[in-house]
Write a protein that binds this ligand. Structure first.
Ligand code: 5GP
Ligand code: ZN
Length: 114
């Protein structure tokens, strides 16, 4: 079923996308508009609109997403050099897709936040 959520449509298979990782809780893709040589998104399979909506019960999911991000950074060869893990929250936080996702950015010296 198509929803108006881009990432839910990727979960359902309605929108085809190459997945770098796929498990029972989350999946990972390359960002379509990369802002660094490596720019991945780790996305939960359940719909949570923003990080404001995250509760303590989501701990195992966030732990998995972080572990997957770290593993992918290793696989992409940026682990040692360092990288950035980011959640954008709300409009002024730079969020454009309202289904939470963890950005994995690296492969160049990143600037200061903001
Ligand atoms: P946000 O701005 O919400 O933190 O991040 C959303 C990200 O999703 C952006 O970096 C944007 O480039 C990426 N994005 C938007 N649409 C698509 C898409 O259809 N495919 C992929 N792979 N990434 C997308
Ligand atoms: Zn969604």
């Amino acid at each position: 079923m198509t929803t108006d959520c881009l990432f839910c449509n990727m979960v359902s298979g309605e929108m085809a996308v190459e997945k770098l990782h796929d498990d029972d809780l989350c999946f990972a893709i390359r960002d379509i508009n990369p802002r660094a040589p490596v720019h991945l998104l780790v996305i939960p399979k359940i719909h949570i609109a923003t990080m404001r909506d995250v509760q303590e019960e989501h701990g195992p999911l966030l732990g998995r997403m972080t572990a997957v991000a770290n593993r992918l950074a290793e696989a992409e060869g940026i682990s040692e050099r360092g990288y950035r893990l980011t959640f954008n929250v709300g409009d002024e936080g730079g969020q454009t897709v309202y289904h939470i996702h963890l950005h994995v950015l690296g492969g160049r010296q990143l600037g200061a936040e903001g």
